[in-house]
Design a protein around this ligand. Structure first.
Ligand code: GLC
Ligand code: CA
Length: 537
C-alpha cells in the first residue's frame, strides 16, 4: 500500500544551479531573490520540487561543493531571511525544496579543517582522515584530482598525510568518528527545522572507505551509516533523499534504496551518460549510438522494477547539454522534445536541469580563459599536448561541466536578462536564439511541450506507476509500453533519427496523448518525421 511516504513518486524535480539561474541585484551572480522571481515560471512548467545546488558559505573553488560552513547561506546569494522567504514562497506554491548535502568532505577553509591542520593534538584533528607515510610515500594508491597525482596530501608540520577523494581543497571527513556523525546528523536536523523537505546527497557512496581497496568508496560501513542517518534524520522527517553515486549496477543501487532497507529514497544512475564517450571518459568523444543509450535506460527500468524507483535524468550541473550529445542541433526543438519524452515517460521521478526545458545547447569556448571549471583546467595540459589548443577547446565546448553552467537566458536583451551587471561566467553564445521568452512565445516551443508532458503524466496512472517494457529499438524506431493493472496501456513511439521512417502503430483505435508534431489522427502505419515523438493510449 502506498503512504504519504511515497511523495517522491509524484515529484517533478527541477535542479537550480543558483549562481547561474537569475540575478536580482546586478552583481552578476544568481541569488535567492532571483529564484523567487521565477517560481511561477517553475510552477507553470509542472515542477513541484526544487533541488538547489549548494548555497552555503564557500571559498567557491568548486562552485559551492567546497563548503566552509554547513549552517549558513553564502552572502552572495542573499541573507538567511531571503532564503527563508524563498522557501516560504516555494511552499506557498506547493513546491518542496531539496538542499544539496555535501558531507563526504568539507572545504579546506572550514573551521574544522583549519583547526585539524594545526597539529596532531588539535581539537578537530580526528574529524579528518590522517595516516602516517607508508614506505616514505602516501598510504595507498588512490589517485587525486591532479592527473597522475595522489589522493593524499602530505602535511609537513605533522609528518602525516590527509585524504581528499575529490579536488585537493576538499579534505574527506572521517565518518568512522562518531562525533563527525553526530555533527552531521544534528546539522541535517537543523535544516529540517528550517523547513527543507529533503536532500540530494553528493558523492554519498564515498563516506565509508576500505583503505585496502583499489578505489575509495562503497566501504564496509556505508549501509550502516546511511541507515543511521535515516533513523536520526530522514525517516522522522518523511524526507526525500537522492544519492549521487557512480558506476553501481542496479543490484548495488537497490542496496541503497530498497524501501525496506531505510537508507536513501533514490539513487541516480549515470550509466547511459557514458554513451558517446570513448571508454565512458569525459573529453573523449566517440560515436553515439541512440539504441545503446535506450537499451541502457531500459536495463535500469527492468533492474529496479518492483523493488526500487528510477531517478530519470539526462542533464545536471556536471554534464553538458543533452542535445549536443544525445540529440541533434539541427533539430534542436524536436530532439529536446524527443529526449524529454523518452526519459520522462519511463517509470521514475523526473529530474530537469535548469534550461533543459528550453532546449538549451552548449556554449562555445573560444579561449582557454573562458573555460573556468577546475575539471577542465586539470585536464587542459594533457589534452593540449595530445591534440593542440583548437581541438582541446572543441572538446571543452562539447563535454565540459561549464557547458551547462553558463547563465540561464530569460530573453534576448543584454546578458539574456540574467543580470544587469557582468555575469560571473560567459554567456551562452546562442542566448538570442534560445531563451525563455522565445520558447514561451513560439508555437512549437520546448517549454510548452515539457509543460504538456508533465500535465499528461500527472493525470495518467499508467505513466505515474506502471511497469515498463521495451518493444522496438532499432533503425531509429524506439517504442516502449507502460502498463498497469486495471488501466489502459500507454505506448511511447519515437523516431530517434534524422530520417523519415515508418513505424507500425501499436494501438488499434488509439488516442493521442501527446505529439511533438501536432499530429491529429493515427494511421495503421505511422510515418514519423525526423525526431518525432508520440505518446498513445
Ligand atoms: C559531485 C558534484 C560535483 C563536485 C564534486 C566534488 O560530484 O556533483 O559538482 O565537483 O562532487 O567532489
Ligand atoms: Ca546577485
Amino acid at each position: 500500500m502506498e503512504t504519504k511516504k511515497d511523495w517522491y513518486k509524484d515529484a517533478v524535480v527541477y535542479q537550480i544551479y543558483p549562481k547561474s539561474f537569475c540575478d536580482s541585484n546586478g552583481d552578476g551572480i544568481g541569488d535567492f531573490r532571483g529564484i523567487i522571481s521565477k517560481l511561477d515560471y517553475l510552477k507553470e512548467l509542472g515542477v513541484n520540487t526544487v533541488w538547489i545546488s549548494p548555497c552555503y558559505p564557500t571559498p567557491d573553488k568548486d562552485n559551492g561543493y567546497d563548503i566552509s560552513d554547513f549552517d549558513n547561506v553564502d552572502p552572495k546569494f542573499g541573507t538567511m531571511a531571503d532564503f527563508e522567504e524563498m522557501l516560504d514562497e516555494m511552499h506557498k506554491r506547493g513546491i518542496r525544496l531539496l538542499m544539496d548535502l555535501v558531507v563526504n568532505h568539507t572545504s579546506d577553509e572550514h573551521e574544522w579543517f583549519k583547526s585539524a591542520i594545526q597539529g596532531k593534538d588539535a581539537p578537530y584533528r580526528d574529524y579528518y582522515i590522517w595516516k602516517d607515510p607508508v614506505n616514505g610515500g602516501p598510504p595507498n594508491k588512490w589517485g587525486g584530482d591532479a592527473i597522475g597525482g595522489s589522493a593524499w596530501i602530505y602535511d609537513e608540520k605533522s609528518g602525516q598525510y590527509y585524504l581528499h577523494v575529490g579536488f585537493h581543497y576538499q579534505p574527506d571527513l572521517d565518518w568512522e568518528n562518531p562525533k563527525v556523525r553526530d555533527e552531521i546528523a544534528n546539522m541535517i536536523n537543523r535544516w529540517f527545522d528550517r523547513g527543507v523537505d529533503g536532500f540530494r546527497c553528493d558523492v554519498i557512496n564515498m563516506i565509508s572507505k576500505d583503505f585496502e581497496a583499489d578505489h575509495p568508496g562503497d566501504g564496509p560501513r556505508l549501509h550502516e551509516f546511511l541507515h543511521e542517518l535515516h533513523e536520526r534524520c530522514f525517516g522522522p522527517h518523511n524526507a526525500f533523499t537522492v544519492g549521487e553515486v557512480w558506476d553501481l549496477p542496479p543490484e548495488a543501487s537497490l542496496m541503497l534504496t530498497a524501501p525496506e532497507r531505510e537508507e536513501l529514497t533514490l539513487a541516480f544512475q549515470f550509466e547511459h551518460m557514458r554513451e558517446g564517450r570513448e571508454k565512458g571518459l569525459r573529453f573523449y568523444p566517440a560515436e553515439f549510438d541512440p539504441h545503446k543509450f535506450v537499451a541502457t535506460m531500459a536495463k535500469w527500468q527492468k533492474g529496479l522494477n518492483g523493488k526500487g524507483w528510477n531517478a530519470l535524468c539526462i542533464e545536471n550541473h556536471d554534464q553538458p547539454r543533452s542535445i549536443d550529445r544525445f540529440g541533434s542541433k539541427k533539430y534542436r526543438r524536436e530532439s529536446a522534445k524527443l529526449l524529454a519524452t523518452l526519459t520522462y515517460c519511463m517509470q521514475g521521478t523526473p529530474f530537469i536541469y535548469e534550461g533543459q526545458e528550453l532546449g538549451n545547447i552548449n556554449p562555445v569556448f573560444h579561449t582557454l580563459e573562458e573555460s573556468i571549471d577546475i575539471e577542465s583546467q586539470n585536464n587542459q595540459e594533457i589534452l593540449i599536448k595530445k591534440f593542440g589548443v583548437e581541438e582541446t577547446l572543441r572538446r571543452f565546448s562539447l563535454d565540459s561541466r561549464d557547458c551547462g553552467r553558463v547563465p540561464m537566458a530569460w530573453d534576448d536583451s543584454e546578458n539574456g536578462g540574467f543580470t544587469t551587471g557582468k555575469p560571473w561566467i560567459k554567456l551562452n553564445d546562442f542566448y538570442k536564439e534560445v531563451n525563455a521568452k522565445k520558447e514561451l512565445e513560439a508555437e512549437d516551443g520546448v517549454y510548452g511541450y515539457f509543460r504538456d508532458l508533465f500535465k499528461m503524466r500527472a493525470g495518467n496512472k499508467t505513466l505515474m506507476r506502471g511497469d515498463f517494457e521495451l518493444v522496438t529499438n532499432e533503425g531509429g524506431a524506439v517504442v516502449y509500453r507502460r502498463f498497469l493493472e486495471g488501466e489502459k496501456d500507454v505506448y511511447v513511439v519515437l523516431n530517434y533519427s534524422d530520417n523519415a521512417i515508418s513505424i507500425p502503430n501499436p494501438v488499434k483505435d488509439g488516442k493521442i496523448l501527446l505529439s511533438s508534431h501536432k499530429r491529429e489522427a493515427l494511421t495503421d502505419t505511422l510515418k514519423m518525421k525526423p525526431w518525432e515523438s508520440l505518446v498513445i493510449e
